[in-house]
Design a binder for this molecule. Structure first.
Ligand code: HSE
Length: 437
């Protein structure tokens, strides 16, 4: 049988990884796919020597999507534009698409999948979330029997690497970020990693396939790790917790929670021990219980592993009836639910609070009264000695679960106390145990 002809957009970290994996494992991959997979045309930002013989190179990606020879377009250039135009043009030209572009799918996936359905082509996006971990396939197919209750994941390797290095080696934030950039883990704009935008893109996709809802990136509550200090990391450890930057999607009776923020989790949880650039996603299904998926969330060949698996899937499906394929967003397109996404104010969670208090009579009484007045109960408390020549002490509180709206009210009142200096640091706390519904 003829080889399947691939057009590749982007020859950066993931693009060159994909070419290398296809070249190294070509025979094994062909045994799985049933046909040889051959990259015939590739677009790179600049003119460079071709990594493999026989690939036509161009600097114009539209040449690739318009090439009548190309059957499957693999989009690895990232960002929303021109990626959106290229993918829509490839679909219009009747080509299947494989993409690793989380920003594109999170922001324009609804439009892209509708166009693909109309044209009868596949858009595969396993590499968009958690690099090499086959989490899309797992949720969409492996867990298809379940009502997914919640998922929580470390889905940005750069952020996890920074938090791990701060904890283990006391390194500075900027220094660790520079290293993640050098290693090719960080986004082209690293503020996407640090501000949680990259994780919010990935969470949008996971939530859609887990709950059968449209992609709604604009409704994700997003908080990054830029405000994390080494003191918070240490106090969390004293209390038996680790700080991880999590993406959480959870069904409640009132709607769906979609949130990305630093989170204290008990140090004995497996996911609390996922360190460095690694990713992990905990998925709770009503039938299967809690399951966890772990692996490299970024990097050249780990991400290429997901890209090539998608190409193999597309090749296997080339002859299948378009109406009987696995739906893009796991659920049949006319079965998507319009369940509301909860604003952060309506989310219930526990909190870690750190404040700088003057070492005076009655300060703690004032703070606990404010918390009690809005129905917040305290689970644990630490008060640190003032530093030499200072009368300011750090007070750290862990609270029980409370609505974010009530916590906002309490924090505003605490910050207004004369005896409290500066802002109250707040980090949300989740137990992530089996009983969380
Ligand atoms: N910047 C991303 C990360 C790359 O650090 O996880 C993979 O999406």
């Amino acid at each position: 049988m003829n080889p399947v002809r691939i057009g590749l957009l982007g020859l950066g970290t993931v693009g060159s990884g994909t070419v290398n994996v296809l070249a190294r494992n070509g025979a094994e991959i062909a045994r799985r796919a049933g046909r040889e997979i051959r990259v015939v045309h590739a677009a790179a930002r600049d003119r460079r020597p071709c990594p493999v013989e026989g690939i036509r190179l161009t600097t114009d990606p539209f040449e690739v999507v318009d090439d009548p020879q190309v059957e499957v377009v693999v989009e690895l250039i990232g960002g929303q534009d021109p990626a959106r135009r290229l993918v829509l043009r490839a679909i219009e030209n009747g080509k299947h698409v494989v993409t690793a572009n989380k920003a594109l799918i999170a922001a324009h996936g609804n439009e892209i999948f509708a166009a693909a359905r109309n044209r009868g082509v596949i858009v595969a996006f396993e590499a968009a979330v958690a690099g090499g971990i086959p989490i899309i396939k797992t949720i969409r197919e492996g867990l298809a029997a379940n009502r997914i209750e919640w998922l929580a994941g470390i889905i940005n390797g750069t952020g996890n690497f920074i938090l791990t290095e701060m904890r283990d080696r006391g390194r500075e934030f900027a220094d660790v970020l520079a290293e993640a950039q050098r290693l090719g883990y960080a986004e082209a704009d690293p503020s996407f990693d640090v501000q949680g935008i990259d994780a919010a893109h990935k969470l949008t996709i996971l939530a859609a396939i887990a709950f059968g809802i449209p992609l709604q990136y604009d409704k994700v509550y997003t908080e990054g790790i830029a405000g994390m200090t080494r003191s918070d990391v240490c106090y969390a450890e004293e209390l038996g917790y680790r700080i991880k930057h999590l993406g959480i999607a959870r069904r409640t009776d009132r709607g769906v929670e979609l949130r990305v923020h630093p989170t204290l989790i008990p140090e004995r949880r497996l996911i609390a021990n996922v360190d460095g650039v690694m990713n992990a996603i905990l998925v709770k299904g009503d039938a299967v219980g809690s399951t966890m998926y772990y692996g490299a969330g970024a990097g050249s060949e780990p991400t290429a592993s997901a890209v090539v698996a998608d190409i193999v899937d597309v090749v296997r499906m080339l002859t299948a009836d378009p109406n009987n394929r696995v739906p893009h967003l796991a659920f049949q397109p006319d079965q998507l639910s319009d369940v509301p996404i909860l604003p952060m104010q309506e989310v219930e969670t526990a909190y870690y609070l750190r404040m700088q208090a003057r070492d005076e009579l009655g300060v703690l009484a004032d703070v606990t009264r404010i918390l009690a007045d809005v129905g917040i109960s305290i689970e644990a408390m630490i008060q640190k000695e003032p530093a030499a020549d200072s009368n300011v002490v750090s007070v750290i509180l862990l609270t029980h679960r409370v609505l974010e709206r009530n916590m906002n009210k309490a924090i505003a009142q605490i910050e207004a106390l004369d005896s409290i200096n500066g802002e109250v640091m707040r980090i949300r706390v989740e137990q992530l145990n089996q009983d969380w519904k």
